[in-house]
Design a protein around this ligand. Structure first.
Ligand code: SF4
Length: 132
């Protein structure tokens, strides 16, 4: 046996010795990994007690589109709301308009006419449509 063959033989021996330690541990590693993947994530307690942010930003009455449809954040500001679709003006609000979709619990919602933000559920505009 030459010196080179002897050196190669030694590295094969080392590889076999290393395998003897690593290969038996593989199933254990797989089981541990599977157990860790199924373990529930640790819950962290809430650190701040800030009030919830609005679901979206309210559209101001000064918004150009809001002005065009005469949107107001409080429908009661407009005393002469005309009756529409069998609903008296005083009973028309964004909250019961077909174009309104409630967002969160802060009296706001999306309106398809005013896509830049949210309208107040107690608001009103001239485009009001009776909910189907
Ligand atoms: Fe409110 Fe309906 Fe007018 Fe939108 S269209 S601003 S939801 S009344």
């Amino acid at each position: 046996m030459t010196a080179a063959q002897n050196k190669e033989s030694m590295s094969r021996r080392e590889l076999l010795r290393l395998s003897a330690f690593v290969i038996p541990g593989l199933p254990l590693l797989a089981i541990t990994g599977a157990a860790m993947a199924q373990a529930p994530a640790a819950k962290t307690p809430p650190t701040d007690a800030k009030p919830a942010a609005p679901a979206c930003n309210p559209v101001p009455e000064s918004d150009p589109v809001a002005k065009a449809i005469k949107y107001v954040t409080d429908g009661n500001k407009v005393a002469d709301r005309p009756a529409k679709m069998g609903v008296e003006g005083k009973n028309q609000t964004c909250g019961n308009c077909q174009l309104f979709t409630k967002q969160g619990d802060q009296g706001l919602g999306k309106c398809t006419m005013l896509a830049s933000g949210c309208v107040a559920s107690k608001g009103w505009c001239t485009a009001w449509v009776k909910k189907a």
